[in-house]
Write a protein that binds this ligand. Sequence first.
Ligand SMILES: [Zn+2]
Length: 314
Amino acid sequence: MKLAFFDNYKLGVVVGDKIVDVSAVTKGIKALGPQDVIRGVIEKWSSYKGKLAAAAKKGKGKPLAKVKLRPPLPKPENIICMAVNYMEDGTLPEPAPINAFMKSPSAVIGDGDTMVLPDMAASVFEGEAGNVKLTTNDDFARAEIVRYSALADVRTGNGFDVHAFADGDHVMLGGVRIPHSRGVTGHSDADVALHALVDAILGALADGDIGQHFPPSDPQWKGASSDRFLAFACERVRARGGMIANLDVTVVCEAPRVSPHRDAMRERIAAIAGISASRVAVKATTSEKLGFTGRGEGLVAMATATVRLPWSAP
Ligand SMILES: [Zn+2]
């Protein structure tokens, strides 16, 4: 026999694909809610068993599809009444459910709480150990720890990029347009900072380099904004179920001055990567007038990325 509360907490017996209202049988039970009815029925199960079965036989059934079950359950075949308190490991103790309930009569049966009555076949669902009930703030804090400790495969990659100065009036750095007396050569928008970051992320994933994914020979990347390259690399991390822990880039040039734009660059990189700016570092230095950067012939960027992946990631 399967019981279910339906519509306004009427007690019903499930017969095939119908539910028969047997509330009348339990009228004598002093009840504030369904849990009192269940408790009353359990306490005198030997006498209720027959009465409920008789009422179910006599009564007219209402199609299950037309009633509002309480608690709401996804599929009629999953109804067990207020079924089972499962053990922590998901097994169904036999005949513990009823005993457990009787031992703690103060337990409240709420939506989704379940209990097995005698003579009742329990429906057992495929469960997932990680699918835990979250109710209190502590539960959420614990779930967060579990989630992030699952991303324990921490990987680091580095990236390096150079572009030469050319005629022009600005450079793109970290997705930010910086006015300058010179421009930069390159097939896309020649943003050294973003290009180095893309290679750092791809490096952490051991997933090739920027030139492999966006060949300079391909005309579609001519003048392209480098945002999309960074967004692409970040998406590769997410596609593996991972997250970016931090991005760190150093720009080397005599000019333009980077520091006035540092925070704008951090914000922009963070926005493209979909992470907090607190996880993005932008640093700048000169090469003390030495080498090609010292002579103002071009810009260099070096980057590091740390990503966290699940151990199961390839
Ligand atoms: Zn580049």
